[in-house]
Design a protein around this ligand. Structure first.
Ligand code: SAM
Length: 277
């Protein structure tokens, strides 16, 4: 691949999704690109760049982004955040009126296939049961990738994917496929129970753009996505995301995400947790 073509593709990925790929890391790029070339029946990277730059290039760019980003996730990943949510975050928000005056809303931004969102849902439901009359609450999951969002909304997981969920939660919050019925790779499947599914909505969205369709949230999980962005995109993402956070609400970053670029008025108050105002 010529340097010009590599640089043009990399630039397009950065503009559209904020994804950083070192043009010198050709091995990584060509491996992923070759699959796209094969799928489209093209025989050169130049021809592929032409497709990307054509009027219908948007859909292909989305497919390329999809093939380059990492969707790694798991239930109760970075468990300190869910402990904090249960013991500190939810009681503090509820005392201030969230769940009574307005629905307490959790947004899993960059939710991938959904385990982060459903983990938060289990904690929320359990907390709601401790409140007389229950809480009003809901959840939103968003991601740039339509493919993972479909999986998140489908809410079906294998036993291996549920490794981080304890037995009690599995019994309470999952429906298990009957023996021999729905099986994936020899494993029975689990589906999130309707009590949680009915509380969730999903929206495709690029965090580098404003997200007016996302409701104001009380807790936002923005974990393990900032690491892929260049500093200017990280800043744009943090501005867009915190614009959807209520005053007094909490932003939760991944343990390895840098918080540089957080807008003023966000105060550290827990492990990679920041409060607005
Ligand atoms: C590593 S996963 C993190 C999943 C989850 N937050 C967690 O920590 O387990 C990163 C997700 O970010 C999404 N993503 C990457 N760039 C994005 C962007 N510009 N806007 C929205 N989502 C993006 C990817 O599609 C992927 O599903």
């Amino acid at each position: 691949m010529s340097r010009r073509v590599a640089a043009a593709i990399v630039e397009r990925l950065k503009t559209v999704a904020g994804i950083r790929v070192d043009p010198k890391n050709q091995q990584f790029l060509t491996f992923r690109l070759d699959r796209r070339l094969q799928a489209l029946g093209l025989d050169s990277y130049e021809a592929y760049l032409e497709v990307l730059e054509s009027p219908s290039g948007e859909a292909e760019t989305a497919r390329l982004v999809e093939s380059l980003v990492t969707h790694t996730t798991s239930f109760f990943r970075e468990p300190a955040h869910f402990d904090w949510m249960e013991k500190t975050g939810l009681p503090t928000l509820n005392e201030a009126g969230a769940g009574r005056l307005h629905p307490l809303t959790v947004w899993s931004a960059a939710c991938s296939t959904g385990p982060e969102l459903w983990s938060a849902g289990m904690v929320l439901d359990r907390f709601s049961q401790t409140i007389t009359g229950g809480l009003r609450w809901g959840m939103v999951g968003s991601d740039i990738s339509a493919g993972v969002l479909r999986r998140a909304a489908g809410a079906i997981f294998t036993a291996t994917e549920l490794a981080g969920v304890n037995e009690e939660r599995k019994r309470q919050y999952f429906l298990r496929s009957r023996p021999g019925v729905a099986i994936a790779n020899g494993q029975r499947l689990y589906r999130v129970a309707p009590e949680l599914r009915n509380r969730a909505s999903f929206a495709q969205g690029n965090l580098l753009q404003e997200l007016p369709d996302i409701p104001l949230a009380d807790i936002i999980f923005l974990r393990n996505v900032l690491i892929y962005f260049a500093p200017d995109d990280r800043q744009a993402c943090l501005n867009n995301v915190t614009a959807r956070l209520r005053q007094g609400g909490y932003l939760i970053l991944g343990h390895s995400d840098s918080h540089h670029g957080l807008p003023p008025g966000m105060t550290a108050c827990g492990p990679s947790i920041f409060r607005k105002g």
